[in-house]
Design a protein around this ligand. Structure first.
Ligand SMILES: [Mn+2]
Length: 279
């Protein structure tokens, strides 16, 4: 392990992150003889209004531009983000080998849950909002030298809690990356989500190739509408073939386990399970 991906670091700032704090974060990682490979996610409220097209949208886009400029100055090479105002959804957990607990999703259990944001948001709206956002932010990221890496919707179903989930297919990512064609506009390749979609994971890796900025190297059993998470050696995907596909596509980024089953007597965030995956 050489690199660290930091997930939503607790930095000061209610609307954006500042240069000094980001620099200190990178230095603290380097102080442990590691590299800061990416920051994954800002607090959702930084750009929730931009995702939903609310009145604060333009201010939030401006703040996001500032955060990205500050990341660039502080030497943060990759910024992972998502386009899901109402988060990852799971239903009743399942079991994997060794009595480990794995999260799972069954659309039948989730489809009738109440609206999360007061009304329905259509796919057309979510695309309009995304288009406006990425057109404003990607050029700033390019200038700042920060590669923006978009995570798929998890789970990749049409809509949950009234909000359309637009990044849940190959076609969607093709469309998303073509809005601004830039070496700084690419994918946080959550391999588990691509498996959930039922896409041919290796083919998708080969298609996007160098547009994949880093990988969530995890797997699942099943596809939407019903799946469960798995160990990297108990899921549906041939992970060795996937690794070959990354190598052959010219991918030079980071693989991290993202998340996986909680082993018996594991600790929060299933660090034992992650240690197992890395090993
Ligand atoms: Mn992921």
């Amino acid at each position: 392990m050489d690199d660290v991906v930091i997930h939503t670091p607790r930095l000061p700032g209610e609307k954006q992150w500042e240069f000094d704090d980001l620099l200190n974060l990178r230095r603290s990682v380097e102080g442990a003889c590691l590299r800061l490979g990416a920051i994954e996610n800002v607090p959702k409220h930084f750009y929730e209004g931009a995702m939903l097209g609310l009145p604060e949208r333009d201010e939030q886009i401006e703040c996001m531009q500032n955060t990205i400029r500050n990341m660039g100055k502080a030497g943060v090479p990759v910024f992972g983000y998502h386009w899901v105002p109402n988060s990852v959804w799971r239903t009743t957990p399942a079991k994997d080998r060794g009595d480990a607990t794995a999260t799972s999703f069954d659309y039948d259990e989730a489809k009738d849950r109440p609206l999360t944001h007061g009304r329905e948001y259509t796919a057309e709206e979510m695309w309009d909002n995304y288009t406006r956002f990425i057109k404003a932010v990607a050029p700033v990221a390019e200038e700042a030298g920060v590669r923006m890496a978009l995570h798929p919707d998890d789970p990749p179903v049409e809509s949950l809690g009234g909000i359309a989930r637009i990044f849940g297919s190959f076609e969607a990512f093709k469309r998303g990356t073509e809005i601004v064609d830039s070496d700084y506009n690419g994918l946080e390749f959550c391999q588990g989500c691509w498996a959930e979609m039922g896409e041919d994971v290796c083919e998708v890796i080969r298609y996007f190739g160098k547009k994949i900025f880093y990988v969530h190297f995890r797997d699942v059993v099943g596809t939407v509408p019903k799946f469960r998470e798995s160990f990297i050696d108990s899921g549906d995907t041939d992970m060795y073939k996937a690794m070959r596909a990354y190598k052959e596509s010219g991918f030079k980024g980071i693989l991290i386990p993202d998340h996986g089953p909680n082993m018996v007597k594991d600790i929060p965030w299933s660090y034992i399970g992650r240690g197992y995956a890395i090993g």
